[in-house]
Design a protein around this ligand. Structure first.
Ligand SMILES: NC(=O)C1=CN([C@@H]2O[C@H](COP(=O)(O)OP(=O)(O)OC[C@H]3O[C@@H](n4cnc5c(N)ncnc54)[C@H](O)[C@@H]3O)[C@@H](O)[C@H]2O)C=CC1
Ligand SMILES: O=C(CO)COP(=O)(O)O
Length: 604
């Protein structure tokens, strides 16, 4: 399962310290080095080392007391392990050393005993006291007693844990073996901070003498934003504010934020802003735009999907096999796709096609207002809390308040469906009606948003979600100040004036390259309603869809009535309605022709 975090293996032996304690340091070190340099079989070296050490149980107790775990660890290893654990990475300890010496270390590092693979000492026992009396060798049946034991231990771990990536960290040849066998580790990091072994240094894919460099490199999530429209730019700006300067302080995020910009990458890199979609607002000195989406995601740990919904599938196909294993995604896109199997949310699409976890960020977030740092709220809908927490840190700003919500599907459907209701709100404005009528649309819209989301995912979607920023908050904001509202108002005015204009024409004219999501979403949702015979249960959605496609006049927007088919039945004859200026408009034919020409609802 690709969404599982990668496993990491680290090694700490401690046998040489016990030898020093027992007064045979040099001889034992020599035998350790022979095994670690690969010139003596591991089991022979272990046997000879134990013979030399020959400790009694009380020697062992005294040794453990004199050498508490903290004193036995190389500098930086605890911080490294803590950092990885915080990221949800499973840590194992695989060692040719002995459990008796290693268990206190494992518990100090928070590594469960079930994740310790090490050798066992064999003791002679006193029949009367039941106490161990004398060391008589070691258990040769343990995997770690032999060369190739470490890759075998990893293979065993992988059998019961479907990790995408396993990294081995160690200083000896037997550690390096972990990557040299199929089914072992994916990457070996050589450590030379205590003993530097040339053979290990030469063959390690990554070699370091300082664990703090690993803490730094491994703890820095690299962020890529996929999309460069208005909201993508506002989101990038927040992220960049949170990551700027972090590269120097070994903190959680890498300083640079990469943004995929199909066409404005040069302008973004030259001027620091997107002159087409988000003019006049600087994204941040640590933002770098790239023209290729593959380049944007290469090495990225956190992928922020923010593009008009109809393009996401094509981009996911392009990214197949290009995303770093273990990466996490978040979708800021509002929209859905309808396939033969039924509706598919954008986060589901990302999760299924790329095999990575995907949260969502939804809320009342008009891009320009967020760019101007006006207080805004959003929720992060998550299935995996650890991912949700990382993204909350990435986005949270004093002016951008993020809450975590364990209802990703409810949140995403809110963001998607409110775009349909916003079209209705725009029609109300185009009809020059006042707040009462708009409130009626908002109320009924919210009810249908909840009804639709719960009908699709009855056991997952929560009622409370609709009271969050992603629900009523976003609905109100978009019905007052969104692009869908604005274009629908102009579309209604044009229709009322007798010179109807197409949605795509108005989109080009008014949004200047930004994209309208509501019309295609209305068509997509209507496909679901029609396929499931739900049209009467969602009269506002259905009425808006009929208006959008020219089958009803915009003045019908308030004629929805639950349980009644009256406003929903398509008319046989064109409707003839009085025009506001006293003339007569033939609604059906010209608007149907306009709708056919829009192409909204077609996925790329
Ligand atoms: N603008 C806003 O205030 C907010 C938008 N959203 C949602 O975020 C998503 C992205 O919106 P924006 O960033 O505002 O984008 P936008 O509406 O400004 O559209 C421009 C974006 O579309 C991309 N694009 C245009 N043609 C394309 C093609 N053929 N293939 C691939 N990409 C293409 C452009 O490269 C650019 O990234 C949408 O789902 C929107 O509903 C969510 C909250 C606020
Ligand atoms: O989703 C939005 C605000 O949260 C923006 O909506 P519009 O696409 O209608 O502008």
């Amino acid at each position: 399962m690709a969404s599982r975090p990668p496993g990491t293996i680290t090694v700490n032996d401690g046998l040489d310290l016990l030898a020093e304690f027992m007064g045979c340091k040099e001889e034992v070190e020599e035998l350790t080095n022979k095994a670690m340099d690969g010139v003596m079989p591991l089991n022979t070296s272990l046997e000879e080392r134990l013979n030399l050490i020959n400790c009694s149980p009380s020697d062992l107790r005294a040794f453990l007391k004199a050498h508490p775990p903290a004193s036995r660890l190389a500098p930086g290893v605890r911080e490294l392990i803590r950092t990885l654990q915080k990221r949800g990475v499973d840590i194992y300890l695989i060692s040719g050393g002995f459990r008796e010496i290693l268990i206190p270390i494992a518990s100090y590092l928070g590594i469960p005993m079930s994740r310790v693979f090490a050798n066992r000492m064999n003791w002679q026992w006193d029949d009367e006291t039941g106490e161990p009396t004398k060391l008589v060798g070691f258990d040769v049946s343990q995997l770690t007693a032999h060369n190739q034991g470490k890759p075998q231990a990893i293979a065993r771990i992988r059998e019961s844990n479907p990790y995408t990536t396993v990294v081995m960290v160690g200083d000896g040849i037997t550690d390096l073996e972990a990557v040299q066998v199929s089914g072992g580790a994916d990457l070996f990091i050589g450590y030379g901070g205590v003993v530097a072994r040339p053979a290990v240094a030469e063959q390690a894919e990554w070699y370091t003498c300082d664990y703090s460099s690993l803490v730094f490199a491994l703890s820095c999530y690299k962020v890529a934003v996929i999309g460069s429209g208005a909201w993508a730019c506002a989101a990038t700006r927040m992220i960049a504010q949170n990551t700027v300067g972090q590269g120097e302080t070994a903190s959680e995020f890498a300083d640079e934020v990469r943004i995929w910009a199909r066409s404005q990458h040069e302008a973004i890199n030259e001027t620091g802003e997107n002159p087409v979609h988000f003019p006049g607002i600087s994204l941040g000195p640590n933002v770098r735009a790239v023209a290729s989406v593959e380049e944007a995601v290469a090495d990225a740990d956190l992928l922020v999907f923010c593009m008009p919904h109809q393009y996401v599938q094509r981009v996911c196909k392009q990214l197949l096999g290009k995303v770093k294993p273990g990466a996490k995604a978040i979708s800021l896109t509002k929209g859905m796709r309808v396939t033969r199997e039924g509706p598919q949310l954008i986060s589901q699409m990302v999760r299924r096609s790329l095999g990575i976890d995907c949260c969502v960020l939804m809320g009342a977030n008009i891009a320009e207002d967020v760019g101007a740092e006006q207080v805004s709220e959003a929720v992060i809908g998550y299935s995996d809390l650890a991912s949700g927490e990382v993204f909350a840190k990435l986005f949270e700003r004093p002016y951008f308040r993020v809450s975590l919500l364990p209802d990703p599907m409810g949140a995403e459907l809110c963001g998607t469906l409110k775009n349909i209701v916003a079209l209705g709100a725009g029609m109300v404005d185009g009809l020059d009606l006042g707040p009462n009528s708009k409130a009626a649309i908002i109320r009924q819209g919210l009810k249908e948003m909840r009804g639709f989301a719960k009908a699709l995912f009855p056991s997952a979607v929560r009622d409370d979600t609709f009271l969050e920023s992603c629900g009523v908050g976003d609905l109100v904001a978009t019905c007052i100040g969104g692009r869908n509202r604005r274009v629908a108002e102009e579309w209604t005015r044009a229709a009322l004036s007798g010179s109807p204009r197409s949605w795509s024409d108005l989109e080009t004219d008014l949004l200047k390259g930004q994209k309208l999501q509501g019309v295609s979403t209305s068509n997509e949702v209507q496909e679901v309603l029609a396929a499931r015979n739900w049209e009467q249960r969602f009269p506002l959605f259905t009425t808006i869809n009929r208006i959008v496609n020219g089958h009803l006049p915009p003045s019908s927007v308030l004629d929805y009535k639950e349980g009644s088919r009256a406003p929903l039945v398509e008319e046989e004859e064109p409707l003839v309605l009085p025009r506001r200026n006293g003339g007569v408009a033939h609604w059906l034919q010209p608007l149907a022709a306009v709708a056919a020409a829009t192409g909204f609802g077609n996925w790329e």
